[in-house]
Design a protein around this ligand. Structure first.
Ligand SMILES: [Fe+2]
Length: 432
């Protein structure tokens, strides 16, 4: 038999869900030709929400004297407002980063296109602010990396109409090679400079070296998220609110036991959630708690034991995770089994990194697992109103964004769950 045919047959035999789907092969890491720019030219521009009606603009220049200024306005080429920000840099062994600028701008109008320029020069860019109320659409893709499949995923996301990108960890797969953070920053700029990218950390962000380097130095310097704005003391966990949705980004790689800073912050954050203002409650972290793939099996158990009772009592609607390079959607679950007051868990670590897909599954499929498939792709979550949201997963099938899984999700606000769990939530929040 021809090798390609043998491979195809093998892939079909190992397929667990969609027997008619031929899984594509991994793609190589992209090569980025040397593209010299003036040292003060703003590169790797990305934006993130930074508190009510504010946006953080982040970029890097080789020139250390370049100003952290952003000029912006609602008409092309006319910047009637400017803001001054802060800057940082880091050293990593022999690598020295460029000047990393973070400038918060606002207050901004909702659902409005802004034109902006970083550092007083370079290209004019534009972004759209999210709406103030429903509907709002989130694009979701984790474990991105920088391969041909990453490019395919980003191209598909670019075709969809969305307001905010959510990334549950593992961004660049730089894996200690710091210049790969720079190539990743330039790869995602066309999307990340136009819509806020809200990210949380994965294991590939850690890059610690025993006795030499603490973890997350590059990630924290480059991908500053609104942790200060949300009362957190760490960039590894924070929250934000947008158009009736409260979103909590947790850290799978920060301490999470009940005496940890993260747990204390989470309790404090949940105590401020008002489901009349934000009917939807979403949580993201990297290592999935409900995963029937053999890859990373059981890795999330400790964090789940520590935090699931609190998230359950708080009536979280949806949990999005990554880490496993495949897609899986799970029923509303709690304590290891389906539960109508638990969260819908979705693993979406299939952005396209170089490590390839995780295609070995536990059998029989657990009762809580609804749909699982090892393919690259992305998700879209359209929250239509306070009670209904439409989730769809789009695999990168032959470079076409095929809608492969879809479901309407009803919020817990429209159920008895919040009233039912109110006493338990208060008990956990009040505990010392
Ligand atoms: Fe990971």
């Amino acid at each position: 038999m021809e090798p390609r045919l043998i491979l195809t047959v093998a892939l079909l035999i190992s397929a667990t869900v969609t027997a008619d789907y031929i899984r594509p092969l991994p793609r190589k890491t992209l090569q980025f030709p040397w593209d010299p720019k003036p040292s003060s030219y703003p590169q790797q521009v990305h934006i993130s929400l930074a508190g009510e009606q504010h946006m953080r603009i982040s970029w890097i220049t080789d020139d250390k004297s370049s100003p952290s200024i952003v000029e912006y306005g609602t008409s092309p080429g006319r910047y009637d407002t400017a803001a001054q920000g802060e800057s940082t840099f880091y050293n990593y062994m022999l690598y020295r980063s460029g000047k990393i600028h973070h400038t918060v701008i606002g207050p901004l109008e909702h659902n409005t296109v802004y034109f902006y320029r970083c550092g007083g020069q370079g290209l004019e860019l534009q972004f759209k602010t999210p709406p103030s109320q429903f509907p709002i659409t989130f694009a979701v893709a984790g474990d991105l990396g920088q391969t041909g499949w990453t490019k395919s995923t980003l191209d598909h996301i670019d075709q969809c109409k969305y307001d905010v990108h959510l990334l549950p960890g593992d961004l660049s797969y730089a894996d200690y090679l710091q210049h790969r953070w720079d190539t990743f920053g330039n790869l995602v700029q066309p999307l990340a400079s136009g819509r806020p990218w809200m990210v949380t950390q994965g294991n590939h962000e850690k890059e610690s070296i025993l006795l030499l380097k603490d973890g997350f130095a590059s990630y924290n310097a480059r991908w500053k998220m609104p942790f200060e704005e949300s009362g957190s003391s760490s960039n590894l966990y924070y929250s934000f609110e947008v158009a009736g949705v409260h979103i909590i980004m947790l850290g799978s790689y920060a301490d999470y036991d009940e005496h940890s800073d993260q747990y204390r912050w989470l309790k404090d954050d949940l105590s401020k959630v008002d489901r009349r203002r934000t009917p939807w409650l979403l949580v993201l972290f990297h290592v999935p708690w409900y995963n029937s793939n053999k890859a990373h099996q059981g890795e999330g158990n400790k964090m789940m034991a520590a935090m699931e009772p609190l998230l359950y009592a708080a009536s979280v609607d949806i949990v999005l995770a990554g880490h496993v390079h495949a897609y899986e959607r799970v029923k509303r679950v709690n304590n290891g089994k389906s539960d109508p007051c638990g969260a819908v868990h979705i693993t979406i670590g299939d952005g396209g990194n170089s490590e390839g897909l995780a295609h070995k599954y536990m059998n029989p499929q657990p009762e809580w697992s609804v749909f699982r498939e090892a393919s690259f792709g992305h998700g879209e979550l359209k929250i239509v109103n306070s009670t209904h949201a439409f989730w769809s997963w789009h695999r990168n099938d032959d470079d076409e964004p095929v809608k492969s899984d879809q479901i309407w999700i009803t919020s817990l606000v429209s159920s008895e769950c919040i009233a039912q769990n109110r006493h338990e939530l208060r008990k956990i929040l009040m505990a010392p």
